[in-house]
Design a protein around this ligand. Structure first.
Ligand code: KIV
Ligand code: NA
Length: 283
């Protein structure tokens, strides 16, 4: 596959092959995700937390997103590129949603967009985006942009009302034309039931093994942030496949020590020689 498209995702879904998705925020992470053969690369608004150091995703703007999308698009040629619509960029009206989604493709270089929530006006926005010719991914369960009304980053779908709402929203987003839906932080049996009820793939995060695919945040997966502040908010469901935070800290400390002790730069890292005798004569 030169470039993953919705048709490739559908083929995987129909043959029960799990769809792989990871976030990326800049050129190097885009390259890494591409080279790993990941199907979908999400430029997530989680960028506000893992890159910009905010406590929530709420401060992220459309302009922030576009800058990150452009950098990722330069690095990732093969995965389907999905740009996350940030808080405040699609809630007012379907027109606003289509305008923001259009910018994600025209300016950001994305192939598709993702938006949170499955209530009435969100479903209309999803339909409008899809009718404008832009592939749209839904996102239900824990929707971090709704932290103000959810009262924190809390799992959803843990009682009957909440579980039925997750299912309801997922079905509504499917009929609005979404090509896939992220299920975040819901109990595994609920995610399994929603996945079984839909005819489009679900992508789980903290939603157990029975979704049609899985997504993790780049920095979480790589164990990038291990300093005390971040450890508090590293989600329980995120497996760390590496401890890059430690690798980076060790490398930086070693560099500091070698500069302090004048072990760096050694002759190997001092490549330039004077190439005429006149200059040498001056020294
Ligand atoms: O912003 C993000 O990283 C996301 C994923 C966790 C799905 O929305
Ligand atoms: Na997001």
């Amino acid at each position: 596959w030169k470039r993953v498209t919705l048709r490739h995702l559908e083929a995987k879904y129909l043959t029960n092959q799990p769809i792989t998705m990871v976030t990326a925020y800049d050129y190097p992470s885009g390259v890494h995700v591409d080279r790993a053969g990941i199907d979908i690369c999400l430029v997530g608004d989680s960028v506000g937390m893992v890159v910009h150091g905010h406590d929530t995703t709420l401060p992220v703007t459309m302009d922030d997103m576009l800058l990150h999308c452009k950098a990722v698009a330069r690095g990732a040629d093969r995965p389907l590129l999905v740009g996350d619509l940030p808080f405040g960029s699609y809630e007012q009206s379907s027109q606003q949603a289509v305008a923001s989604a259009t910018r994600m493709l025209k300016e950001g270089g994305m192939d598709a967009v993702k938006m949170e929530g499955g209530g009435g006006s969100r479903v209309q926005a999803a339909r409008a985006i899809s009718e404008a010719g832009i592939a749209v991914m839904g996102h239900v369960g824990l929707t971090p942009q709704a932290i103000s009304v959810l009262g924190g980053f809390r799992p959803q779908g843990r009682n009957l009302d909440s579980a039925l709402q997750v299912l309801d929203h997922a079905l509504a987003l499917q009929s609005a034309g979404c090509f896939s839906i992220v299920l975040e932080c819901v109990p595994s049996p609920i995610a399994a039931a929603v996945t079984a009820a839909l005819k489009i793939p679900t992508i789980g995060i903290g939603a157990g093994p029975e979704c049609s695919g899985q997504v993790l945040v780049y920095h979480d997966l790589l164990g990038m942030m291990q300093h005390p502040h971040y450890v508090k908010v590293t989600p329980k469901f995120s497996k760390q496949y590496a401890s890059l935070g430690n690798v980076i800290q060790d490398a930086l400390s070693q560099y500091r020590e070698e500069v302090s002790s004048k072990a760096f730069p050694s002759p190997v890292h001092t490549p330039y020689r004077i190439d005429d005798e006149q200059t040498s004569a001056f020294l």
